[in-house]
Design a protein around this ligand. Structure first.
Ligand code: AMP
Length: 489
């Protein structure tokens, strides 16, 4: 990511901060990596994200780095490894077995060889060491909801006034085949509302906030789809119905969908395969199998969206790829993105905090794909990269340089973007340079200007030139800037 596009990234992030701030959200900055376990438990083992997309690595304990060892050192290493397993700093799983084998080897070396192992013994020991897992398993975050929930528990946020409203921005990592709108390192802007209430007004306000944000960015072709995927009561029953329905048509389905009948039947509804579409349309629909509470909740979410004049489409096939979602789910698409056109996904996840060991808590949130928002804005010509420079200072002569340096300082303090060439240039070259940088004005400082205190200001767009007193310059540029921003509105 390079300038000037990074200007656009900043604008997209800054607008999120402003809009989310008006809804009472504060920023949270979770870490980039977490214990693998956190994601495995929250997102779900059978999801694509956990089963094949996470970047995971073992974090080796530094104390256990291979010693340049002699046998007596090695005995100390074993003691350390053992105590690390006891403290839970390295996983017990697998390691305790290997440690037992190493201990046994050590005992026999002590007994049979009087503590003087031969080369063969050392090689055997080394092989056993190589099999140990010497650190905790860590994962580059594939999303941030799990981290936010972990932080909520760890920092006792249930004691804060509810609901707790948090937003984040930053990179996420998933092992994917990179293509337009799909990257291995991508950026999300997300928000979560956590607390005791699952009032449908919360769902609707969260959705309203994203839509207001997208409107403010002038993101083109924004469309909102919503669905309810039920709760722990009604969803399992529906999933069984769906599974039974899918079994009947199994032979007509592709390999992915066939596999999902067992692992995650809801995901079959996501299928984009042409020949599966007609089959899917005939499957049982969750809307007809919601329990009374979920049906009422969903109806009220829709009424609350209407109250807020948020336009939406219902899509019964909208299921999210992560296990923790329940009830309200939504997805927002935008124009200019081809098949990867989802710019935001979200939903309710009551119970996730409990699953992670926290108190009973309701939650809802969303994640916006920032890369795709940027692509869509650029595609629609809404990129508006900021102009290169406001003023290029073309100076000639030693005296003029002192004046130029002072002028640059004054203009920069007033907030203008200024380019000050470090060495003297001929005016012609300086003006060409100013043009290339997209400067709006060139401030010309030669010997005459310095002597008279009347400076020359050239407007590069039309080549017009005027004399301006040093004291008037900032005022003039401010007014010109205000006029042009009024015109562009
Ligand atoms: P998810 O966290 O899977 O619900 O995704 C939320 C949003 O993040 C999606 O709607 C996309 O806009 C964006 N997103 C997810 N995965 C990627 C990726 N690999 N590359 C770019 N954007 C992504």
């Amino acid at each position: 990511m390079l300038p000037p596009e990074t200007e656009l990234w900043n604008r997209v992030e800054q607008t999120a901060r402003e809009v989310f701030g008006t809804y009472g959200f504060g920023e949270i900055r979770p870490p980039i990596f977490e214990p693998t376990e956190l994601f495995a438990r929250s997102i779900g083992l059978d999801t694509d994200v956990v089963s094949k997309e996470m970047y995971t690595f073992a974090d080796q304990l530094r104390e256990l780095d291979w010693p340049e060892w002699t046998y007596p050192d090695f005995k100390r290493w074993i003691d350390l490894a053992e105590s690390s397993i006891r403290d839970g700093r390295i996983p017990r799983f697998r390691n305790s077995d290997i440690i037992d084998q190493i201990r046994a080897a050590v005992v026999s070396i002590e007994k049979d060889l009087g503590g003087r192992p031969d080369k063969e013994d050392l090689i055997d020991l080394r092989e056993l060491m190589d099999q140990m897992v010497l650190g905790e398993s860590l994962t580059l975050r594939p999303e941030a909801t799990a981290s936010v929930c972990r932080a909520y528990i760890e920092h006792n946020m249930q004691q804060l006034p509810a609901p707790v409203k948090l937003y984040y921005t930053g990179p996420m990592f998933r092992r994917e085949r990179p293509q337009k709108g799909r990257y291995r390192q991508f950026y999300q802007i997300g928000a979560e509302v956590l607390g005791g209430s699952d009032a449908p007004g919360i769902d609707a306000e969260v959705i309203e906030m994203v839509m207001v944000y997208f409107a403010k960015l002038e993101l083109p072709g924004v469309q909102l789809e919503i669905n309810s995927i039920g709760c722990r009561e009604c969803r399992p029953k529906y999933v069984e119905l769906l599974r039974a329905g899918l079994q009947k048509v199994k032979d007509k389905l592709g390999a992915d969908s066939q596999r999902r009948i067992e692992t995650n039947p809801l995901r079959v509804l996501d299928s984009k395969l042409e020949h599966e579409q007609a089959i899917i349309e005939k499957l049982p629909r969750i809307g007809e199998h919601l329990c009374a509470d979920c049906a009422e909740h969903y109806a009220e979410v829709k009424r609350q969206l209407d109250l807020r004049q948020v336009k939406f489409e219902e899509n019964w096939r909208l299921v999210r790829g992560l296990d923790y979602y329940m009830r309200t789910t939504f997805e927002i698409t935008a124009r200019g993105l081809g098949s990867q056109n989802a710019v935001c996904g979200g939903g309710r996840y009551d119970g996730l905090i409990e699953l992670l060991g926290g108190p009973p808590t309701k939650g809802i949130g969303f994640a916006i794909g920032e890369d795709r928002v940027i692509l869509s804005l650029l595609e629609a010509g809404k990129g508006n990269a900021a102009e290169g420079r406001d003023v290029y200072i073309a100076w000639m002569g030693e005296k003029a340089q002192a004046t130029a340096i002072a002028a640059a300082r004054t203009l920069r303090e007033a907030g203008f973007r200024v380019e000050l060439p470090p060495v003297e240039q001929k005016f012609g070259k300086a003006l060409g340079q100013a043009d290339k940088l997209g400067a709006r004005y060139a401030l010309i400082l030669g010997e005459d200007e310095v002597a008279s205190g009347e400076w020359t200001l050239k407007t590069l767009a039309d080549g017009s030139q005027k004399k301006i007193a040093k004291a008037e310059l900032v005022k003039f540029l401010r007014e010109a800037k205000r006029d042009s921003s009024l015109r562009s509105e």
